[in-house]
Write a protein that binds this ligand. Structure first.
Ligand code: CP
Length: 334
């Protein structure tokens, strides 16, 4: 049943678990409408004269540009901030950030994802003091604007009823940097609520945050779906409808990235290549949030091949981001 769109005005979007299935469904419905409007060249200035502050404590290609261009299309203005260009670098408090930015604008979006057990708590503290909605652009716990775009992409390719779908979320080797755990954790907390069975594969030592996985398993149990964990990438891929292999750092080693990356080299064979894709269903989808370490996490023939939907995922970051801004910042009144 559709919900009242004005009921989401002022709401934070910090983890997908903070929103009901019905609220996420509504956000996806709006995303579809805005995607059609964008493609048809129809103006949809739902947020004229509104300002979104985007505070990034990490790099970004997709997230920044999806939200910034999305806000332009909605008729508002997005301001890019980082730690060094603000007093965050000098230790300005979350309370002062939340209160003061609320006096200037209408929404606050934050990325703070590289330090386990810091980012989520920091943005929740800002949200406690802010009078405007806070959107999580990736933290240590969740990447909700990514996973809602992934859910939109799955529906576009596999239909609205995703019950029984088996999605393999696997660790993969990457030498570039210790990637946050928030994407696999976010997939585990979101997809089972929409009928999807999730299999998580990783080498020993690359466990996800135990308290996040407890919440994911509780949500899956409530939805009648499953989350299973294996240390065998082939086993996860076997008969999968969707594979989502990506790297993440070792939870106990983020402060010593060089050592952690060197040690993870023992698992170089955790790559998504044509042989592994052949273990999955013949029409399986290959997904990745990007950026991908080509040649390490995935071979070019897979990421550029017929199974891949990575550019649809990246595009849907903008349409879902616009829906989240429009709903929480008053684009439908309220
Ligand atoms: N997927 C994603 O969040 O990409 P960026 O890090 O480039 O924003």
């Amino acid at each position: 049943m559709a919900i009242d769109r004005t009921g989401l005005v002022g709401r934070d979007f910090i983890e997908t678990l903070d929103w009901t299935v019905e609220e996420i469904d509504e956000a996806l419905a709006v995303s579809g409408e805005l995607k059609a409007a964008f493609r048809n060249g129809e103006p949809h200035r739902l947020l004229p004269d509104k300002t979104l502050f985007m505070l990034f404590l990490d790099k970004s290609t997709r997230t920044r540009n999806a939200f910034e261009s999305g806000m332009t299309q909605l008729g508002g203005h997005a301001i890019y901030l980082d730690a060094e260009k603000t007093q965050v670098a000098h230790g300005e408090s979350p309370k002062d950030m939340g209160v003061i930015l609320s006096r200037y604008g209408h929404g606050l979006a934050i990325r703070h994802d590289l330090a386990p057990y810091e980012g989520n708590a920091w943005m929740r503290e800002i949200a406690r003091w802010a009078d405007i909605p806070v959107i999580n652009l990736q933290c240590d716990v969740d990447h909700p604007t990514q996973t809602i775009a992934d859910l939109m992409t799955l529906r576009e390719h596999r239909g609205t009823d995703l019950r029984g779908l088996r999605v393999a979320v696997s660790w993969a080797y990457a030498p570039s940097y210790a990637k946050p755990l928030s994407v696999p954790q976010g997939l585990a907390t979101l997809l089972p609520r929409f009928g999807i069975d999730v299999v998580i594969a990783h080498p020993p030592g690359f466990e996800l945050m135990p308290e996040v996985m407890e919440r994911a398993e509780a949500a899956a149990a409530a939805a009648g779906t499953t989350i299973t964990v294996t240390h065998d990438m082939d086993e996860a891929f076997a008969d999968a409808d969707v594979v989502y292999p990506k790297s993440w750092g070792r939870l106990d080693a983020f402060r010593d990235e060089a050592t952690a990356l060197a040690e993870s080299g023992a698992f170089r064979d955790w790559i998504c290549d044509a042989r592994r894709m052949s273990l999955a269903k013949s029409d399986a989808l290959y997904m990745h949030c990007l950026p991908a370490d080509r040649g390490s996490e995935v071979t070019d023939d897979v990421i550029d091949g017929p199974h891949s939907v990575v550019y649809d995922e990246a595009e849907n970051r903008m349409h879902t981001g616009k829906a989240l801004m429009a709903l929480t910042m008053g684009g439908f009144g309220g």
